[in-house]
Ligand binder design. Structure first.
Ligand SMILES: [Zn+2]
Length: 46
C-alpha cells in the first residue's frame, strides 16, 4: 500500500502491520491516501 507524503509529495510504501507510517525522504509522518482515479468526474466536450 502506498501513500502520498503531504510535505514532499513522495510516494511512500507503508507497513500497516508494523505501523511504519513515515516518509523515508523527509521523515514526515503525515501521509494521505492517494485517491483512486476512477473517482474523477468526467465531463463531455462541447
Ligand atoms: Zn516526505
Amino acid at each position: 500500500m502506498s501513500y502520498i507524503c503531504l510535505i514532499c509529495g513522495a510516494e511512500v510504501d507503508v507497513d500497516l502491520e508494523r505501523n511504519l507510517i513515515q516518509c523515508t525522504k523527509c521523515g514526515n509522518r503525515i501521509l494521505m491516501k492517494p485517491r483512486p482515479p476512477a473517482l474523477k468526474k468526467r465531463v463531455p466536450a462541447i
